[in-house]
Design a protein around this ligand. Sequence first.
Ligand SMILES: Cc1cc2nc3c(=O)[nH]c(=O)nc-3n(C[C@H](O)[C@H](O)[C@H](O)COP(=O)(O)OP(=O)(O)OC[C@H]3O[C@@H](n4cnc5c(N)ncnc54)[C@H](O)[C@@H]3O)c2cc1C
Length: 305
Amino acid sequence: MKTQLLDVAIIGGGPAGLNAALVLGRARKHVAVIDEGRPRNAVTRKTHGFVTRDGISPGEFRWIAKEEIGSYPSVSFVPDTAVSIAGTDGHFHIATAQGATFASKKLLFAVGMKDRPLDIPGLAEVYGKSAFVCPYCDGWELRDEPLVVINKGAELMHFAPLISGWTNRFTICTNGPDELTDAEREELRRHRVPVFESPIRHIDSNDGIVRQVVLEDGTAIPCRGIFFKPDLVPGSDLPRAIGCQFSETGTVVVDAFGKTNVPGIYSAGDAASRLHQAIAAASMGAFAAAAINNELNMEAWQRNG
Ligand SMILES: Cc1cc2nc3c(=O)[nH]c(=O)nc-3n(C[C@H](O)[C@H](O)[C@H](O)COP(=O)(O)OP(=O)(O)OC[C@H]3O[C@@H](n4cnc5c(N)ncnc54)[C@H](O)[C@@H]3O)c2cc1C
């Protein structure tokens, strides 16, 4: 197979990679979006909070994006997995699982994040249907409903006040030791929030809608929805393999324009941010695309001057 020459290889075709492709296509750059099509939000039926697209399904979002980007002939879509990346700024080489190869001047990792397997029996059945991770995304639909929050420790003390903006009918399951201080326990008591430490035995549901959370000590907590803390890992090992620096939370370290510590390599979206929202990912993709385009134009300007 012949190696394709690109200005920019974008690895990942979610909101971040797609918006970057749109900006770069309009800037007349040769771009391939290599995407294996396994986004974290594939479990959801609707995406909320993206103005003009509130409530759209993740699949339809991608379909519309590809239609729009299709107007820019220098952008191509490659439904494949990038499996190796080598080289340096101006001369990156990308190989895919199906044997395609690309030579690219710049790289954008828009690979998202992945959930580790969910270890609570019954959680996979309700994830994305009545169990969620982000109240900004799915809190409105569950407003004033009885909820179970599965979380513990310092993060719980951030989440409890947050979720109270959507409902005050929530129960906390720490699924083991609560990891709270006495002062934190007292704070939750003052707010009349029940806290259960017994491990979760299973989650009862019907067609994706949770009915109750059942604990090892026999307690059954009826509820209409769940918010839990996901356990995330990077969407791909490739950024680490080529030397990108990572934060403690597993995101690629970038500057305000998505530039990593490796010259010529950028990252955008969930892969490089703690704010996991589609519009934020798309915005990061646009910023990174503008910075990459600027770098490419400056290099060409200096070469030709
Ligand atoms: C249950 C759930 C509900 C959500 N609801 C909302 C909501 O209502 N509103 C909202 O704004 N946000 C929501 N989000 C968050 C939102 O989905 C993400 O913030 C957004 O999708 C991030 O976009 P991204 O482009 O960074 O990554 P993603 O959308 O995850 O896309 C990354 C892509 O890169 C691909 N990829 C990874 N590695 C490779 C490789 N080596 N080669 C090729 N392709 C690769 C993946 O397969 C994937 O297609 C939700 C998330 C979850 C989990």
